[in-house]
Design a binder for this molecule. Structure first.
Ligand SMILES: N[C@@H](CCC(=O)N[C@@H](CSS)C(=O)NCC(=O)O)C(=O)O
Length: 338
């Protein structure tokens, strides 16, 4: 963990250390009364734009039987969320990341939780999910992802599906736009929404690759996320500035992209000019499970070269075996007519 923190940018280092501390001591816990209205920290009429709704209320969450932890991976600035029912000890992980896999597993073990489902809000372009490896290490664990993601998993999610853990549950809300298979996961009492890469704090997911569509994203956020209760806490899949949570009311009012018209939003998204995430290309590595990933790697790295080698060595030039490399060089030169 320390070595990862040291490699990260200062803002990430500070954030990682802060969150590591918070994970150990407080946990960013929050749960609402399940009586149809949201009452952060006991105050029913709290202005959602004020700090009270952003406070982390571990005791409140625990009194509702929900344990909540926000974990941060500094290299890709990714958040993973652990939610658990404190009475039945059943837990779910949202967007587990490969690098701090052991940290998540240790935490689960220490707290005595039984991880039921590891759910990905979408097929990630910027980091590797640890779902496949977790399944190897935790018997009975099921993976889940949207049916529109194109990825394989034990459970394929659709709009309105419920992911239950003990007496708690998450509702699946389809929010395409960053990718076709993006979902937002909303707690049963609608007090927390895990928005993945659809809605970020004062930002949103990029729409310039992986079936991205600015128009779809705008509609998803306005129709599916901004219609959640004002106080509903927003927990994103990433943050690059050290922010940890927001609310629906805050984002509706202050999000610099989503407060614009659809046309303006599309224009902003078409001109973001963001660099490609470092790990793009490894999108669904391990999502399909390590067996598939390793099989693919072995095929490309070992079987294919062996077959090529065998093929080229079987060719003869003046009755002699020819070297594969020489043959390939000659073949390429011939094709290019050098
Ligand atoms: N600003 C980031 C760039 C990394 C990035 O592209 N992040 C994605 C989510 S992972 S595919 C994204 O959608 N970003 C939106 C944005 O506005 O940043 C960095 O600092 O590395």
């Amino acid at each position: 963990m320390c070595s990862i923190i040291n490699k990260a940018r200062p803002v990430h280092r500070a954030l990682a250390l802060t969150l590591r501390l918070r994970t150990n001591t407080e946990g960013s816990s929050y749960a609402a009364a399940d009586r149809g209205h949201f009452s952060p920290c006991g105050g029913a009429d709290v202005d959602p734009l004020r700090a009270a709704s952003r406070r982390y209320c571990s005791r409140m969450a625990l009194s509702q039987g929900l344990l909540f932890r926000q974990l941060f991976e500094p290299e890709s600035s990714t958040y993973t969320y652990l939610l658990a029912d404190t009475s039945t000890k059943e837990a779910v992980l949202i967007d587990p990341v490969l690098e701090p896999l052991d940290r998540a597993l240790t935490l689960l073990h220490e707290l005595g939780f039984n991880l039921k489902v590891a759910v990905n809000t979408h097929c990630h372009a910027d980091h590797i999910t640890s779902t496949g490896l977790m399944k190897k290490r935790l018997a009975g664990l099921k993976s889940a992802i949207s049916k529109f993601s194109g990825a394989s998993a034990d459970i394929h999610l659709s709009e309105g599906d419920k992911i239950t853990f003990g007496k708690q549950y998450l509702t699946v809300v389809e929010t395409p736009g960053h990718t076709d298979g993006c979902v937002t996961l909303v707690t049963g009492d609608r007090s927390m929404a895990f928005t993945g890469d659809a809605l970020l704090i004062r930002g949103c997911g990029r729409t310039d690759f992986q079936q991205g569509s600015a128009k779809k994203l705008y509609q998803s956020i306005h129709q599916k996320i901004f219609t959640l209760p004002d106080h509903c806490l927003i927990y994103p899949g990433h943050d690059y500035k050290g922010q940890t949570a927001s609310t629906v009311a805050e984002e509706r009012k202050f999000n610099p992209r989503l407060t614009k018209s659809l046309e303006e939003f599309v224009d902003i998204m078409n001109n973001l000019n963001l660099p490609k995430p470092k790990k793009i290309g490894m999108t669904s590595h391990f999502l399909y499970g390590p067996v598939t990933s390793y099989a693919l790697l072995i095929t490309i790295g070992v079987v294919l070269p062996l077959l090529l080698h065998h093929f080229f060595f079987s060719l003869r030039e003046d009755g002699k075996d020819i070297c594969t490399i020489r043959f390939i060089t000659l073949y390429c030169c011939e094709c290019l007519r050098i």
